[in-house]
Design a protein around this ligand. Structure first.
Ligand code: NAD
Ligand code: IPM
Ligand code: MN
Length: 424
């Protein structure tokens, strides 16, 4: 029989509740396919802070690196919200993603026929939605430097972060996205930042005008316009922030380039995938289009922060954030699998959490992490069967014939029955 080692990182809030259900599903679906799992539970997030004083203990990272795949519940909670940056549960999660070098985060969102009623969108808008957000996970504003706190000339406190992408980071996530689109419906929409790109164009045209002396007064492409844009973004006004002067120009250039470079590189990589239909959308429009007509999307590729936001938005089309799984993959080493939701402190410890996002993350672990498609299929089919039998946690419950409101544990029990009716 095949044997795999899995690191389980339950984390905080509803994390342990949903991980326990997903672990049972993995074990059972695996055993039916002749797979044996060795589980190792390690602390992360707030739980690790309380236990060891840091949000990602070295032992946790090294156990994760040594295993075949990592399944994470969620981290975070009120208790640690005011901790210093390096002592936040969220920092532990970012360190884990960076430590495992999992730069590609796949977040599928599809509307199951069983849950059309749970969507807040009209039936005809939600029905049939099947999209995939490919989120860059180890770069961008989450990791860019300089970052930190300081003060401005008025002695007022400031906080600053930098959006940075290197060519290789965009190229590799773009390739993953094109390959994902190839396996789906062959459509890729790259989402980037509208106003920044336009500013870049203004800047280019303005420089031409400046260099060649074209009349610019009154033109929307005037140099003044460019600098007022930069001014409104706080990046060129002297004395605006106390970031050192050596950083000022690199930040300006980096900021203007980051999004332009994103589009430029995605367009360059597109030539390797002529069979994929590529489009571009500005992120504000994408947020609107997602609720206007989500069926227009197949695969979306975007940066770290836009992917975070858009995937939460996409989750609600499907009925609940409690349904959406994710897979985070790197070039080598174990993948990290986690629901897209957080630790839900408002319902933690009340047996109300929907475990299906984590259960479906376990299915992604089998499929993308271990190549065990059949076992993955068993879990996915069981999720549909459990829903077909009417079982619903509060977040996806709607009053209709045959629907039964259940807690996290009962959902887990019903899921087990769906995976193998013999085991009860
Ligand atoms: P959240 O996703 O935890 O919760 C948002 C809302 O969705 C809440 O009302 C919650 O009850 C509900 N919800 C989430 N998951 C659910 C589930 N499985 N079943 C039913 N309802 C569910 O987001 P938040 O409230 O903004 O953040 C809470 C904490 O979680 C914060 O500390 C945040 O930093 C952290 N967080 C962690 C992760 C992660 O571990 N990957 C992701 C997001 C947020
Ligand atoms: C997510 C979460 C995390 C993120 C936080 C908790 C660091 O929101 O996994 O979507 O922003 O990536
Ligand atoms: Mn998020």
């Amino acid at each position: 029989s095949r044997r795999y080692s899995i690191t389980l990182l339950a984390g905080d809030g509803i994390g342990p509740e949903v991980i326990s259900v997903a672990k049972n599903a993995l074990q059972l679906a695996g055993s039916l396919e002749g797979i044996e799992f060795g589980f190792k539970e390690m602390p992360v997030g707030g739980a690790a802070l309380d236990l060891t004083g840091v949000p990602l203990p070295e032992e946790t990272l090294s156990a994760a690196k040594k295993s075949d795949a990592v399944l994470l519940g969620a981290i975070g909670g009120y208790k640690w919200d005011n901790n210093e940056k390096h002592l936040k549960p969220e920092t532990g999660l970012l360190q884990l993603r960076a430590g495992l070098k999992v730069f590609a985060n796949l977040r599928p969102a599809s509307v199951l026929p069983q849950l059309v009623d749970a969507s807040t969108l009209k039936k005809e808008v939600a029905e049939g939605v099947d999209l995939m957000v490919v989120r860059e996970l180890t770069g961008g504003i989450y990791f860019g430097k300089p970052r930190g706190f300081g003060s401005n000339e008025n002695g007022e406190e400031i906080g600053f972060n930098t959006e940075v992408y290197a060519t290789y980071e965009i190229d590799r996530i773009a390739r993953i996205a094109f390959e994902t689109a190839q396996k789906r419906r062959g459509k890729l929409c790259s989402v980037d930042k509208a106003n920044v790109l336009e500013a870049t164009m203004h800047l280019m045209i303005a420089s031409v005008q400046f260099l060649f002396g074209f009349p610019s007064t009154g033109s929307i492409f005037s140099v003044g316009h460019v600098f007022s844009f930069i001014g409104t973004h706080g990046y060129f006004k002297r004395g605006d922030v106390s970031i050192s002067d050596t950083y000022r120009i690199p930040i300006l250039l980096g900021y203007l380039r980051a999004s332009m470079l994103w589009r430029k590189r995605v367009m360059a990589i597109a030539s390797e995938y002529p069979d994929v239909e590529l489009s571009h959308m500005y992120v504000d429009n994408a947020a609107m289009q997602l609720v206007r007509n989500p069926k227009q999307f197949d695969t979306i590729v975007t940066n770290n922060i836009f992917g975070d936001i858009l995937s939460d938005e996409a989750s609600m089309i499907t009925g609940s954030i409690g349904m959406l799984p994710s897979a985070s993959l790197g070039e080598a080493g174990p993948g990290l699998f986690e629901p897209i939701h957080g630790s839900a402190p408002d319902i933690a410890g009340q047996d109300k959490a929907n475990p299906l996002a984590t259960v479906l993350s376990a299915a992604m672990l089998l499929k993308y992490g271990l190549g065990e498609e059949k076992a993955a299929q068993r879990i996915e089919t069981a999720v549909l069967d459990t829903l077909n039998r009417g079982f619903r946690t509060g977040d996806i419950y709607s009053e209709s014939e045959g629907n039964k409101l259940v807690g996290c544990k009962e959902m887990g029990k019903e899921l087990v029955k769906s995976i193998d009716p013999v085991v009860v």
